[in-house]
Design a binder for this molecule. Structure first.
Ligand code: ADP
Ligand code: ADP
Ligand code: ZN
Ligand code: ZN
Length: 752
């Protein structure tokens, strides 16, 4: 008899207050609740952690001796757990040798196809692999790229040699290198390079080594001189740069950039492999084709020998289309995929696999998906369930929450104000439950009517990077602009690549991790820790250094971390509480010094909210208030930044920026990890920034944010080569009537 529920009794990880619940097996259960309410504490720190621990127990005693004991999650009991697979948003690393094709196992099938029916006939399938010495381009070792001198940084043709036209190190006026180069020509050192003839320029930059006679200390000596680019690349590019000192590497690195390999043109493969074709196309051409088009090309192959391979290929490609990744190409390097794209790729891998009775755990899988494509995600979750798996999802998007068989709403609020289950049951029940989530689900959107007038504009002209189709667009200043469009339409390319390259002074508030060291926490990050240390020092008349994690006041066993990390070759590193200080991080002696009755360890255990009641110091209060304003009242001052979610990191960054004026802020999907009520909070913050005279540019799919923008730039019409254009610019009230805008259509539905 199979068990029908995963059962959890008395869970107490982080903020959980003795939580007990049952999760139906072979169903979709969705966890909802405000950020910091305890969803991850249940799903990841309790369920997934216990599953990992059980997995380790399966190893033989011999292997287990090498594994650290993973502590049991703090709970009275966890039962009927099947193996858990976590499908998260961690980027797929892997460097240039890992591509969408290799990671989905589609590339080996494509190679097999070419070895069977490609003409002229080539050897073996491995001849088509850029990871195989047989198949890789010998010039670039299968990377498709070569290092080269970045000419825009090396040479300024609008100047003469004496004015500094050669920007490479060593060629200043009257320098030895420049003097010899001028003599070797002869070149006119006062003529602008733009006035040089082509032959002169060729010789100046790329001239091969030759001996030049010169006077040195009264004698005639012969010195070898070569063109400046030629010399630089012989010295630093053709050799391994890593053999030079770190200082030299740093000096020359700015002049070196990566370009496409001239031999294989980026295809990474040997000429023999590239000459082999199916229907006039070689394997590199197929790999650089968008999945949506590739699948059509596959269907046109009608060779009985190829049929079985073509069938598996199209099946796998179809999975990628189904999850809305049809705009990607197989040769796309996995480390350039966004978090949301990475998660969807991982999802596809599992769908092709044949595991059953697995517990799949997803962390906000809707990230990066336009409302138009959310149904594709829902279908995928349902497919996994229908194969006999248990699906557990942490999600904020109402359109995903709707497909749950079972909903667990965690709350009522964050941190110590959360940690309980406020509702369990069906979606319809949630709407009537009166919880924060339930009431937000019923809300209709309001379109912003009193949009701000811009104070000026920032122009992007003729952008063509990636799929951008010669885009020229103005971004208004002094307002809240939202950039929208389906996944792959070109939003990040336009803003994160093109715009930010022109405006490197813009402040990026993203969700990337912020810990400078493992000892970083909200108190050190905001700078509040300095004031706190001073206060402790003067209250006790001792040196303030004692209260620092990296001083001799810190616990010696854990170096002030409170935990000890054990690294393992094939598992994530495991964290165990420090046995000496018991997690308090300081030496006994330091803990005897008090400030208003509290030790430094006790202060670091305070939540922002508690600290606000405790401190009167003006600077400390201002920083604490800023953390409260971004909704982080529930985090503790000493919580390691590495334990904060992406959304929490983003809000800490926001808190430390709130007092600035006249800046440009760029945020990429800031609503990730945020409950609908948290989104209201975030919008308040963004509006405060704009009211203080800043420009805020946001990439978003969240309809609440879009509906309250001052200005919308909608990219499209679709993803990949079918996108890359601005299809709409204007206000929320205008976009719902714009026929060409998919975003407008979905916004219209949400207000009605
Ligand atoms: P959610 O997933 O709902 O956003 P979490 O489960 O991540 O919430 O967090 C619940 C509470 O526990 C929050 O106050 C959070 O700051 C805290 N917390 C999470 N992880 C840790 C940790 N490793 N150490 C200390 N506190 C933590
Ligand atoms: P969005 O932000 O709207 O989801 P992107 O700007 O990420 O869209 O992508 C636009 C197009 O550019 C897509 O076809 C995508 O595959 C491609 N693209 C994005 N980043 C890269 C990259 N680093 N290398 C190659 N192509 C890329
Ligand atoms: Zn090459
Ligand atoms: Zn310790």
């Amino acid at each position: 008899m199979t068990q029908e529920y995963i059962e959890i009794r008395g869970a107490r990880e982080n903020n959980l207050k003795d939580v007990s619940l049952r999760i139906p097996k072979r169903k979709i259960t969705i966890f909802t609740g405000v950020s910091g309410s305890g969803k991850s504490s249940i799903v990841f720190d309790t369920i997934a952690a216990e599953s990992q621990r059980l997995l380790n127990e399966n190893f033989s005693m011999f292997v287990r001796n090498f594994l650290p004991r993973i502590p049991q999650p703090d709970a009275d009991g966890i039962e009927n757990l099947s193996m858990a697979v976590i499908v998260d948003q961690k980027r797929l690393g892997g460097g240039s040798h890992s591509t969408l094709g290799t990671i989905t196992d589609i590339s080996p099938l494509l190679r097999l196809l070419f070895s069977r029916v490609g003409r002229p006939y080539v050897g073996h399938a491995s001849m088509f692999s850029f990871n195989d010495p047989q198949g890789m381009c010998p010039e670039c070792n299968g990377t498709g790229r070569r290092l080269r001198v970045d000419m825009s940084k090396a040479i300024d043709k609008s100047k003469s040699l004496n004015e500094g036209a050669i920007m490479l190190p060593g060629y200043t006026k009257d320098s030895m290198d420049l003097t010899m180069l001028v003599q070797s020509g002869p070149f006119d050192p006062d003529k602008k390079l733009s006035d040089y003839s082509e032959a002169e320029l060729e010789e100046l930059l790329y001239g091969k080594a030759k001996k030049v006679a010169t006077q040195f200390g009264g004698k005639t000596v012969n010195i070898t001189v070569e063109g400046c680019i030629e010399k630089f690349s012989n010295k630093y590019i053709k050799k391994d740069l890593k053999t030079y000192s770190e200082r030299t590497q740093q000096t020359v690195a700015p002049y070196i950039s990566e370009g496409i390999c001239a031999s294989c043109h980026g295809a990474r493969l040997s000429q023999a492999a590239l000459n082999c074709k199916i229907n006039e196309l070689n394997i590199a051409e197929l790999s650089s084709m968008e999945i949506g088009q590739l699948i059509r090309v596959m269907r046109e192959i009608d060779d009985p020998v190829a049929a079985p391979v073509v069938k598996s290929l199209t099946e796998r490609l179809q999975h990628l289309v189904d999850i809305g990744l049809d705009y990607l190409t197989l040769d796309r390097e996995t480390d350039t995929l966004s978090g949301g794209e990475s998660q969807r790729v991982k999802m596809v891998k599992h769908l092709s696999g044949s595991l059953v009775d697995v517990t799949y755990i997803f962390d906000e899988p809707s990230v990066g998906l336009h409302p138009r494509d959310v149904h594709r995600l829902n279908e995928l979750l349902q497919k996994l369930r229908d194969k006999g798996n248990t699906v557990i999802v942490v999600e904020h998007d109402p359109d995903v929450i709707k497909v749950a068989d079972h909903i667990v709403d965690v709350g009522p609020h964050a941190g110590s104000h959360g940690g309980t289950i406020v509702y369990e049951g069906s979606f319809d029940g949630l709407l009537e439950a009166g919880t924060l989530t339930g009431s937000y689900m019923k809300r209709l959107l309001q379109l912003k009517s009193d949009c701000r007038q811009p104070s000026g504009k920032l122009s992007i002209k003729n952008a063509t990077l990636h799929n951008l189709q010669n885009v020229s667009v103005d971004i208004p200043t002094g307002v809240l602009s939202v950039v929208t469009g389906v996944a792959g339409s070109g939003k990040s390319t336009l803003i994160n690549d093109v715009f930010l390259r022109q405006h490197p002074d813009a402040i990026i508030i993203d969700q990337s991790a912020i810990g400078v060291s493992t000892r970083s926490n909200p108190a050190t990050y905001t700078g509040m820790m300095d004031d706190v240390r001073k206060a402790f020092a003067s209250a006790n008349k001792v040196n303030q250094g004692l209260f620092s994690f990296n001083s001799k006041g810190a616990c010696e066993n854990c170096q002030g971390l409170g935990v000890v990390y054990t690294d393992l070759a094939f598992l994530d590193s495991v964290k165990l509480p420090c046995e000496v200080c018991g997690g308090k991080r300081f030496k006994e002696e330091v803990l005897t010094y008090k400030l208003n009755g509290k030790s430094i360890a006790e202060v670091l255990e305070m939540t922002v909210e508690q600290a606000l009641a405790f401190f009167q110091l003006k600077e400390v209060v201002r920083k604490l208030q800023a953390l409260c304003d971004v909704g982080l009242n529930y985090i503790t001052l000493g919580q390691p930044l590495s334990t904060l979610s992406g959304g929490e990191c983003q809000r800490i960054k926001l808190a430390s920026e709130l007092h600035k004026k006249g800046s440009i802020y760029v945020m990429d999907e800031p609503t990730t990890g945020l409950h609908m009520s948290d989104v209201d909070h975030l919008l308040e913050m963004m509006n405060r920034l704009v009211d203080a005279g800043n420009t805020v540019i946001v990439i978003e799919h969240n309809l609440d944010v879009i509906s309250l923008a001052d200005w919308i730039i909608d990219m499209g019409p679709d993803g990949g080569s079918n996108g890359g254009q601005v299809v709409f610019e204007g206000t929320p009230a205008q976009i719902i009537h714009a026929k060409q805008s998919i975003t407008g259509r979905y916004l219209m539905n949400a207000v009605n």
